[in-house]
Design a protein around this ligand. Structure first.
Ligand code: NAD
Length: 417
């Protein structure tokens, strides 16, 4: 579905809605609607076969008014400059909504990692980071994991930057393995933040999550952890999916078993037999209380928004709902917790990781989790208050807070020179 939707246009529309509420100065609106820096690189990698392939990659920095830019690196065959720019812009608002001192960035490489060996993946990563090294760094722009990348990829990034500097630079990337300066709780952070946002939203609409039926699209880092934590909290996960397709069992799915025995297999979680097989689009329309899209952008659009049965949609993914879908779901009385709030847990703990790396002083997992939950609850409370004050949907409320913080920083700093 995502290929039919221009996600950068979508991001600009969302900004325009907030600009209207904030009565934003048109000049300032222009600044915030534009990425401050877009780097496109085409780089060669010698494959195991000896053949040379050229890959296309991007690093986009949207805005650095509030601090160094921060954002994940995505490896996926469908990425492009526009999508990467949208993702960078969303990172700016996300960091501002949870009030951490970062601007937004994003990187991506157009690649199907399933076609590469580990050695090829390592070479691709090291060459990509070398080619964007003039714009990234521990004080300027700090990458992190996203779709198709993981702690091992972050370790190669840290090593590459360190080799070039001549000394170890743990703070140049987050989401690293713990023994290389990673933070306790980072792997689970986005999923934990999603579940914290869901719990707060359940209070807003008086939903009892104990026994609630939950559907999760995407069973990677974000989706699997969110499903597992929600199940631990007493909910029943009735449907999950990955890129291959979905499975459904109204009595509940065993998340731990799915994660440890089925995810990562060629046939994906569909190889689990005690469930009905369904498509990714049917999965979204299942009868459930909470829907957590945690895969890719533009999954809920004007074509399927009126078929969503969940009462609460918590966006684990970035940009899973289009503006038209938002309107349809809002009119139906569905509460949507937007990505820039719901999935901010990842960047919050990335921020903790960076702070720990800069200080060479590491925290215990409980401390990380408690600080994360406190920030998520506080951010949710502010957004909920703005939603009531402005009588809007929750995305607009989150934008009002995020965009205002970035706009205020820009005004206070002034436009150079
Ligand atoms: P991941 O690579 O670990 O997992 C992605 C999952 O989505 C996999 O299960 C994959 O099979 C599935 N998927 C891919 N294409 C699909 C499709 N067309 N339909 C259905 N499922 C599909 O990635 P992740 O880190 O879990 O990221 C998932 C989403 O969460 C992305 O939108 C990402 O930008 C967002 N996000 C991630 C983080 C993070 O810390 N990892 C933080 C904030 C937001």
């Amino acid at each position: 579905m995502s290929q039919h939707v221009d996600v950068f246009q979508m991001a600009r529309e969302q900004l325009a809605t907030a600009a209207h509420y904030l009565d934003l100065d048109p000049g300032l609106h222009k600044v915030l609607a534009s990425p401050m820096r877009q780097l496109v690189v085409n780089f060669p990698v010698v494959l195991d076969s000896g053949e040379v392939t050229v890959f296309e990659g991007y690093r986009v920095q949207h805005n650095s008014s509030r601090g160094p830019t921060k954002g994940g690196i995505r490896y996926h065959p469908d990425v492009d400059l526009q999508e990467t720019t949208a993702l960078a812009m969303w990172m700016t608002w996300k960091c501002a909504v949870v009030n951490i001192p970062y601007g937004g960035a994003k990187g991506s490489v157009k690649v199907d990692t399933k076609q590469l060996s580990q050695r090829e993946l390592e070479k691709l990563t090291r060459r990509f980071i070398s080619d964007i090294s003039m714009v990234v760094g521990e004080r300027s722009d700090i990458p992190a994991p996203d779709i198709g990348t993981n702690p091992q990829v972050m370790a190669w990034i840290m090593d590459t930057v360190s080799m070039q500097k001549g000394y170890t630079v743990p703070g140049c990337v987050t989401g690293k393995p713990i023994d290389l300066g990673g933070s306790q709780g980072r792997v689970e952070a986005t999923g934990r933040g999603v579940v914290t946002a869901m719990e707060e939203a359940a209070k807003t609409i008086n939903m009892n999550l104990n026994g609630a039926k939950i559907v999760v699209q995407g069973f990677g880092n974000v989706g699997s952890v969110a499903a597992w934590l929600a199940e631990q909290g007493g909910a029943t996960i009735v449907g999950v999916s990955d890129a291959v397709g979905g499975i459904y069992n109204p009595k509940g799915l065993p998340i731990d078993e799915l994660y440890h025995r089925y995810s990562g297999r060629d046939g994906g979680i569909r190889e689990f037999k005690d469930a009905e097989q369904i498509s990714n689009s049917d999965l979204l329309e299942l009868d459930c209380d909470v829907l957590i899209p945690a895969a890719i952008a533009a999954q809920i659009t004007k074509d399927n928004a009126d078929k969503i049965k969940a009462k609460l949609v918590v966006e684990g993914a970035n940009g899973p709902c289009t503006p038209e879908a938002d309107q349809i779901m809002h009119d139906k009385g569905i509460l949507g917790v937007p990505d820039i709030l719901a999935n901010a847990g990842g960047v919050v703990v990335s921020y903790f990781e960076w702070v720990q790396d800069l200080q060479n002083f590491f925290w215990e997992e409980n401390e990380v989790n408690n600080k994360l939950i406190r920030i998520m609850r506080h951010a949710y409370g502010s957004v909920e208050a703005a939603m009531k004050q402005h009588k809007t949907d929750m995305r607009t409320a989150a934008y009002i807070i995020g965009v205002k913080r970035v706009a205020d920083a820009t005004i206070r700093r002034g436009i150079y020179p």
